[in-house]
Write a protein that binds this ligand. Structure first.
Ligand SMILES: C[S@@+](CC[C@H](N)C(=O)[O-])C[C@H]1O[C@@H](n2cnc3c(N)ncnc32)[C@H](O)[C@@H]1O
Length: 281
């Protein structure tokens, strides 16, 4: 299979396990991704139409520009890559801008993503991007990846919105396929390095499970990714759980051993069958 890569580096991006993941994703309906991130799944999956959302509005702004005018965004971004701009000066400009959804902000977001430490995306309590400079001496400008991504956004029926996962999942109807790749729950304290100023904790993961269960009762199919540990196994216990190993890209403690992950699948048939079993008890 010809695997396409996103133009963004993204913690937890699914590029490394995309082939395995695609084998669990039916593609005959509308494809809903409430945690779209770098879009590694979106660019490799073929569906009738797509709803792509993420709580990071800087990220969704980039996708809006890529869909509406990719050439102008690519030129603006390339000009930044070709300049000798200082990392902290550009990060400051990005954070000080009063208008967050401009072409300039979109170009700066891509530049920061490629020049910051490990492609992390983290904001402080005031909503300021606060990842330090990365160690790259020669940074790759992902022109072809930007072109491929914009082509997919323009050639397909895509709805893009910056919002919380609950808003997105509420929209799911019968035959929709929802793929959720939230920030993962750690094994011990239920915490994870934050992508936004609010971290994704145990309670949010439980809420996610509840939203998905309700959507599947309405006839959708839900697929989730998460870390493999007793907490996630317990939260997603109604799902069919497949344990997999994923090559690791970023670990706070420097651990690069394959990570143990789960892919969970929940279908309307599974809910019907378990309700039938309960009735016959
Ligand atoms: C693991 S990443 C998704 C990576 C994506 N699957 C890929 O392959 O590129 C998780 C994403 O969830 C988003 N996120 C965090 N909290 C959220 C929330 N409450 N609602 C929606 N998105 C959220 C983050 O901004 C981040 O982009």
């Amino acid at each position: 299979m010809n695997i396409k890569k996103s133009f963004l580096k993204w913690p937890g991006g699914k590029g490394r396990i995309i082939e395995l993941l695609l084998s669990y994703l039916p593609t005959n309906g509308r494809f809903i991704e409430p945690f779209v991130g770098a879009g590694n799944v979106f660019i490799n999956v073929d569906a009738k139409s797509y709803i792509l959302t993420d709580s990071n509005s800087d990220l969704i702004n980039v996708y809006h520009w890529l869909k509406s005018d990719a050439t102008i965004l690519i030129n603006e971004t390339k000009a930044l890559f070709d300049s000798e701009v200082d990392f902290y000066e550009l990060r400051n400009q990005f954070n000080l801008s009063s208008k967050r959804h401009t072409l300039e902000q979109a170009a700066k977001f891509i530049w920061l993503n490629r020049h910051c430490f490990n492609g992390l995306c983290r904001y402080n309590r005031n909503g300021n991007f606060n990842v330090p400079k990365g160690k790259h001496s020669n940074t790759y400008f992902p022109e072809q990846e930007l072109i491929n991504f914009s082509k997919k956004l323009c050639d397909t029926d895509v709805l893009l919105t910056a919002c919380d996962f609950r808003t997105t999942i509420t929209k799911a109807e019968s035959n929709d396929i929802i793929y959720c790749d939230p920030p993962y729950l750690g094994p011990f304290n239920g915490s994870f390095v934050g992508y936004t100023s609010n971290s994704f904790d145990y309670i949010k993961t439980q809420e996610l499970e509840k939203c998905l269960f309700d959507a599947v009762k309405r006839g959708a199919i839900a697929i989730i990714s998460n870390s493999d540990n007793p907490i996630t196994q317990e939260i997603f216990n109604k799902f069919n759980i497949h344990s997999i190993e994923s090559p690791r890209s970023i670990a706070a403690n420097g651990n690069r051993k394959p990570a143990k992950e789960i892919i969970g699948v929940l279908t309307p048939e599974m809910i019907n069958n378990s309700q039938q079993k309960d009735l016959t008890k």
